[in-house]
Write a protein that binds this ligand. Structure first.
Ligand SMILES: C[S@@+](CC[C@H](N)C(=O)[O-])C[C@H]1O[C@@H](n2cnc3c(N)ncnc32)[C@H](O)[C@@H]1O
Length: 242
């Protein structure tokens, strides 16, 4: 991810600052990796706020689940690259109102700089009940076609602890998906692989017809992150009682 401290808001756009102020050897290694990374170069060129945009792009190229006219809720959206891409994918042409217009709701517990075409909810922690109320207000009775969550807790460096923490966080995103998804909708979330992965996927399977793990090429091999892609939400309306 491009550090938020390396982003500068210029007019309506972000400029990714290549200058890095860190001094330690790990900072130098980080800078070296960023300089060589083709996804970072592409993010700068295409004015995405983070290289993570390409993880979502690659997942969408495989499953084609975000389309023009869709309503997407992006949880843990800051700095905003997934939302930038979601706006592009859900709106065929933002200037032409005769073309399908989508809706993107972006929320994060931190500040999110405005994103053209998205409804931004800064300082909105998913674990707090008022966040759900804010989303409900923006949805105004509509249901979401996709709930996507790239949320991550602050890493402690202890893999078991971090794994448990991210699963707990994504379980909250799953709760939100159950509340706001339309029947047959999609849920995509990031976790750091660990012992609880299968159990979490099993829980998801009860509410979705298909649950798959995916590691898109843009996700670094040395990272424990994987994405869980769930399709065809079984809303209560769909469940036939005997
Ligand atoms: C990896 S970043 C997301 C990057 C984003 N998808 C993008 O493409 O720009 C993870 C985000 O999750 C957010 N986050 C972590 N815990 C959260 C919570 N409880 N509620 C809302 N957002 C949270 C963090 O503030 C952070 O901005």
């Amino acid at each position: 991810m491009i550090l938020k401290s390396n982003l500068k808001f210029v007019g309506k756009n972000f400029k990714v600052l290549v200058a890095f102020k860190g001094t330690g050897s790990s900072s130098k290694l980080w800078l070296e990796r960023q300089r060589k990374d083709p996804y970072v170069k592409r993010a700068v060129k295409e004015t995405y706020r983070a290289r993570s945009a390409f993880k979502l792009l690659e997942i969408n190229e495989k499953y084609n689940f975000i389309k023009p006219g869709d309503l997407v809720i992006d949880i843990g959206a800051s700095p905003g690259s997934w939302s930038q891409l979601a706006v592009k994918l859900t709106n065929s042409d933002l200037r032409d109102l005769t073309k399908p217009q989508g809706k993107v709701i972006s929320l994060d517990r931190e500040f999110i700089y405005p994103i053209d075409g998205a409804h931004v909810l800064s300082y909105s922690d998913i674990t707090l009940p008022e966040t759900k109320l804010k989303i409900e207000k923006l949805l105004n009775g509509q249901k979401a076609t996709s709930v996507i969550s790239d949320m991550a807790p602050n890493s402690t460096g202890q893999s078991t602890f971090d794994h448990d923490a991210i699963i707990e966080l994504q379980a909250k995103a799953f709760d939100m998906a159950k509340q706001f998804l339309d029947s047959k909708g999609f849920f995509l979330c990031k976790i750091w692989f660990g012992d609880g992965t299968s159990e979490f996927k099993e829980k998801l399977s009860k509410n979705f017809e298909s649950v798959k793990s995916i590691k898109p090429p843009a996700s670094r091999n040395q990272s424990a992150e994987i994405f869980i892609f769930c399709s065809n939400f079984k809303s209560k309306i769909n469940i036939v009682k005997n």
